[in-house]
Design a protein around this ligand. Structure first.
Ligand code: MD6
Ligand code: FE
Length: 214
């Protein structure tokens, strides 16, 4: 038996590529704290569909919490300490989320992960995220940890060039992907989310990505 298969059977840990680990169901069982804080944060910093520098409105609605939030507009992609919609700082990252994400990162081989930004993505049916690299963070030595919630979606996981043919991985409620080291700059995206129902958020898929951005 290969080590990867052994890990999968024993711990639900799956290596997608060097530096990219899928922890199936790692966040399952945390629904209450995730739901409660997502609604509170969205009350203070509402989900909004931002515009790319190229002038396209994103199908994914986003908000953030943490010292920095990720934004896009005609001027470019960047992190900002203020929510441009309100002119106020973003809500803080809830303490139980920091604990969850540090535990997931450690399990995936990235001990000591302390994020300062959490981007919250909301996909209605039909929303998608095209292939991109996460490269607005200051230091690529830190991983990114992503938590999938609600209806499932197909994650595309490519190479370091946009044209590299991506793998396709189904991400379901509670799945966590931690991603760093040699995988840090790989292209990735989310295929169009299909109509489905999940008790966590009805027909929506929610994704939290935690980063050390500043
Ligand atoms: C999403 N995720 O799952 C979008 N980026 O909705 C990402 O763009 C992402 O899941 C970097 C690392 C992990 C991710
Ligand atoms: Fe990304």
């Amino acid at each position: 038996m290969t080590m990867d298969l052994f890990d999968t059977l024993e711990t639900g840990k799956e290596r997608l590529a060097p530096g990219a680990v899928l922890l199936r169901g790692f966040a399952a069982g945390q629904d209450a704290t995730l739901q409660e804080h997502i609604s509170r944060i969205a009350g203070q910093a509402p989900f909004r569909q931002m515009v790319t520098p190229g002038g396209f409105r994103m199908s994914v609605a986003m908000t953030s919490c943490g010292d920095l939030g990720w934004i896009t507009d005609r001027r470019g992609y960047r992190y900002s300490p203020m929510d441009p919609a309100s002119g106020r700082p973003w809500p803080r990252i809830p303490e139980p989320w920091l604990e969850l994400v540090a535990a997931a990162a450690a399990e995936a081989g990235f001990p000591g992960f302390v994020p300062d930004a959490c981007l919250i993505n909301r996909y209605v049916p039909g929303a998608r995220m095209s292939l991109h690299q996460d490269r607005d963070e200051r230091d690529y030595n830190h991983p990114i940890v992503s938590v999938s919630l609600g209806v499932p979606a197909v994650f595309q996981f490519g190479g370091e060039r946009r044209k590299d043919r991506p793998l396709r991985v189904r991400l379901a409620h509670g799945d966590v992907v931690a991603w760093g080291g040699p995988a840090r700059l790989r292209y990735h995206g989310i295929l169009t989310v299909k109509s489905a129902h999940h008790p966590f958020a009805g027909s929506d898929r929610i994704n939290l990505t935690f980063r050390k951005a500043g």
